[in-house]
Design a protein around this ligand. Structure first.
Ligand code: B12
Ligand code: SF4
Ligand code: SF4
Length: 331
């Protein structure tokens, strides 16, 4: 049986799970590449990748000692990405851009929303395996998640370091259930490289943040690092900001140009942007003159900002972080 066949098709669709992978290997296949990356300082300024959590990533058992297997889920948001791109092309857009994953799950922070979806999946699994225990990993845990998804058969490492699936590209998030039992499943085949001679992502990255030889990112040059994680100004990306491309939270550029995504988005019918938080984020940041956005942010207190955007991905960056981004990136 394939991993996805464990679950009802309609349930997976409702939860936007596009594919399910499975692996029994607790050690990552590319830990050496991760170490090399940290040794070169390419994690900098993201200290959490180089402290005691660096070693934790060497084996899933360091994080979940009872590990026997993992079910790995690809939560697809490409339909929403398509609708967002359509919006950016209209006159209603003020030119600022927020990464599509922010809107992908009804505007809710995916750390919260996908956790809930994985709980629902776990309930179903417990219906079949009442004795099973589990932990989960979703972004902030000390796990090389792309590696886990790679060895579970969900895709290959693109030159932009994204995990890419041949059927649905790279606009998906990875969430995994780590289990204390092995399941009787036919694992998917580990995917081979399908980048070929393409270098579209490397050519498009405005800040030369892609180390193409190693298929990794130089974090301090990546727009995503500076606009999501940090409050300081971003010397490395000032030039890009002056070009007016408008990313104020995260960056999708190296995925937008990827032929595997273009193919997927051409097929996608799009999906209406859904959820109260989505509409709040869109109307606050993307649909009115930029000076009004700045003024309103300046007028809010930090607490007021948190109250307003609670439960969205932007809560993490906060009022000051966003003001810094808008000042730097506004057209
Ligand atoms: C730190 C981090 C960042 C940092 C650093 C990015 C980076 N590429 O490392 C910053 C803030 C820049 C970032 C940005 C983004 N991130 Co991020 N991030 C992470 C996090 C927390 C850790 C990543 C990590 O360990 N990096 C270390 C480097 C060395 O790993 P790596 O880049 O994957 O490199 C691997 C390949 O090079 C591979 N490799 C290369 N060649 C070969 C050859 C073979 C044969 C093999 C086996 C392996 C291999 O080995 C390396 C180690 O595994 C993960 C969640 C997690 N816990 O894993 C999310 C995660 C990677 N991010 C994610 C997302 C969505 C993004 C953004 C798209 C968000 C946005 N729109 O702005 C951007 C994309 C930027 C980019 N092109 O990578 C998703 C990726 C989903 C996917 N389909 O791949 C993850 C998995 C979160 C999740 N749970 O879904 N992120
Ligand atoms: S996310 Fe943006 S800045 Fe970072 S590597 Fe991709 S294109 Fe470059
Ligand atoms: S743009 Fe080209 S090189 Fe980059 S990840 Fe996609 S297929 Fe690979």
């Amino acid at each position: 049986m394939k991993p996805a066949e464990l679950f009802d098709k309609d349930l997976l669709e409702k939860l936007s799970v596009r594919e399910v992978g499975y692996s029994e290997l607790s050690e990552p296949l590319s830990y050496d590449k991760f170490l090399e990356w940290v040794d070169k300082g390419n994690h900098d300024p993201l200290g959490y990748l180089a402290d005691h959590r660096k070693e934790l990533r060497s084996d899933l058992k360091n994080y979940y000692p009872d590990f026997q297997s993992a079910l790995v889920f690809a939560f697809d948001y490409s339909d929403i990405k398509k609708s967002l791109d359509n919006f950016y092309e209209t006159d209603a857009s003020n030119g600022l851009k927020i990464s599509s994953y922010v809107f992908g799950f009804e505007g809710q922070d995916y750390h919260i929303e996908l956790r809930e979806r994985m709980n629902l999946i776990l309930e179903t699994l417990k219906g079949k395996y009442p004795e099973i225990s589990s932990s989960y990993t979703l972004d902030m845990h000390p796990v090389l998640e792309r590696d886990l998804a790679f060895k579970s058969g969900l895709g290959w490492f693109g030159k932009n370091s994204m995990l890419i699936n041949r059927k649905f590209g790279s606009f998906f998030m990875i969430g995994s259930l780590l289990l204390d039992k092995r399941l009787d499943l036919d694992a998917l085949q580990v995917e081979t490289d399908h980048c070929g001679n393409c270098t579209a992502c490397v050519d498009a990255c405005p800040t030369d943040a892609i180390d193409v030889e190693n298929r990794t990112i130089i974090s301090k040059q990546c727009i995503s690092t500076w606009t999501i994680e940090l409050f300081d100004e971003a010397p490395a990306i000032r030039g890009h900001a002056e070009s007016g491309s408008g990313e104020i939270f995260g960056c999708d550029i190296c995925q937008d140009v990827c032929p595997w995504n273009i193919k997927q988005l051409e097929k996608s019918p799009g999906q209406p942007l859904k959820g109260e938080s989505t509409h709040l984020l869109k109307s606050f940041f993307l649909e009115r003159p930029i000076d009004q956005v700045e003024q309103e942010l300046e007028g809010l207190s930090n607490k007021g900002f948190i109250r307003k955007f609670k439960g969205t991905a932007l809560e993490r960056t906060g009022r000051k972080g966003l003001l810094k981004n808008i000042k730097l990136f506004s057209l």
